[in-house]
Design a protein around this ligand. Structure first.
Ligand SMILES: [Mn+2]
Length: 391
């Protein structure tokens, strides 16, 4: 038997604003959809018996119906080739409210597509696929996993078994720089999985990996597209799993959208002009490598007043000129207290400085700055005179 194992396809994910003008859909959403279509084509080309999807196929309970329609069309093609698709629910598509429809249910209406949302065993090609979908209260997975597995095993008759489940394993490594949802929360220990399986098909962790184990082949295929910048250096794969005397696992590299953190700079003590130059120079230097990429610009410790004066328009124009797919600007500001000892009172900068920065920042005030500053200062003086004396 040959299986194509994938997970965390996150269809319906629509980070970023760009629209794909051919379809009218969110362009990043189209990336995730295409990554699945590509995997379905691999299943057909590789003539597998089973296309196995270990959860988080959809990224939310209500993906745009257009994605669902496209997925249905593709799965029908897969079914027509005699390939069975088995989809087990992940935490992302599992509704938190009992009356909400899991979007996977619709896919289960297709001939040759099996959707498992409750723990159970599915018999396919002489193998028992023991399925433990993500429960509604995924936060408590450590305590829930074992009873759910026992329940799933109840109708297992064969001793040729494959476990399919969507869980965070404590032994897994994540590529994420942001604390991954799993590691904030609960996780399952690999020792909670009994050694009864020929193969353990996992989902949830986005990085491809084999979990070390004495007797079993335990794999996360990883997500099929980069889900966040923490995954920027990771290639993406689907796994061909061949069951013979032994289990042979071969990763197939997927085509994905490139992510590039172009700037990750400490901007303390840099002026707005210097920061603008730093970013624009970097875009210009790397220009040829940025086309069609998702680009991130991380600027740490920018003085809050300098931040207002950064020429974002110029930066955005440079990014567009480099033909990037989309960009994420992440400036992080800090308040630098003025060193002058003459300042006092409730403000950080004197009102005249605040108003000066404000006027400078507004495009429509260009050419009238001196006059406006003068008028503003008159108002400040007037306001001071009206204030009750402090002594
Ligand atoms: Mn998940």
């Amino acid at each position: 038997m040959r299986v194509l194992h994938t997970a965390d396809n996150h269809i319906g994910e629509t980070d970023y604003q760009r629209i794909d003008y051919q379809t009218g859909l969110n362009a990043r959403g189209v990336d995730f959809l295409n990554s699945f279509k590509n995997i379905a084509d691999i299943a057909i080309k590789e003539k597998v018996d089973v296309l196995l999807i270990a959860g988080d196929f959809f990224t939310k309970v209500n993906p745009h119906p257009r994605y669902t329609l496209e997925v249905i069309r593709k799965l029908k093609q897969v079914s027509k080739r005699g390939i069975t698709t088995l989809i087990v629910g992940g935490n992302h598509e599992t509704p938190k409210i009992a009356t909400t429809l899991n979007p996977l249910v619709m896919l289960g209406e297709i001939d040759g597509v099996l959707v498992v949302l409750e723990p159970t065993t599915v018999h396919l090609n002489g193998y028992d696929f023991v399925c433990v979908p993500a429960p509604q209260n995924f936060d408590e997975i450590r305590n829930l996993f074992e009873p759910l597995l026992v329940k799933a095993m109840q109708n297992s008759k064969s001793n040729r078994r494959i476990l399919v489940t969507h869980i965070p394993l404590g032994q897994a490594v994540t590529s994420s720089e942001v604390a991954f949802e799993t590691f904030i929360g609960d996780y399952v220990d690999v020792n909670q999985i009994p050694s009864k399986f020929d193969y353990v098909a996992l989902g949830h962790i986005h990085k491809l990996q084999k979990i070390p184990h004495d007797t079993m082949a335990i794999y996360y295929p990883g997500s099929s597209e980069r889900y966040e910048f923490g995954e920027e250096r990771d290639d993406k794969y689907a796994l061909i799993v061949e069951f013979d005397e032994d289990v042979k696992v071969s990763p197939i590299k997927l085509l994905t959208r490139k992510m590039v953190t172009l700037v990750d700079a400490d901007c303390s003590k840099l002026s707005a002009i210097e920061i603008t130059k730093l970013v624009v120079d970097k875009i210009t230097q790397q220009k040829d490598a940025l086309a069609d990429c998702l680009v991130r610009i991380k600027l740490e410790n920018i003085d809050i007043d300098e931040n207002r004066l950064i020429d974002w328009k110029r930066i955005k124009a440079a990014l567009e000129e480099a033909k990037v797919f989309e960009y994420k600007l992440q400036p992080r500001t800090v308040v630098t207290l003025p060193e002058s000892k003459t300042l006092s009172g409730d403000y950080i900068l004197p009102p005249s400085k605040e108003v000066e920065l404000y006027i400078k920042d507004k495009e429509q005030y260009k050419g009238k700055i001196t006059l406006l500053n003068k008028l503003a200062n008159e108002i400040i003086v007037e306001a001071r005179e009206m204030m009750p004396s402090e002594t």
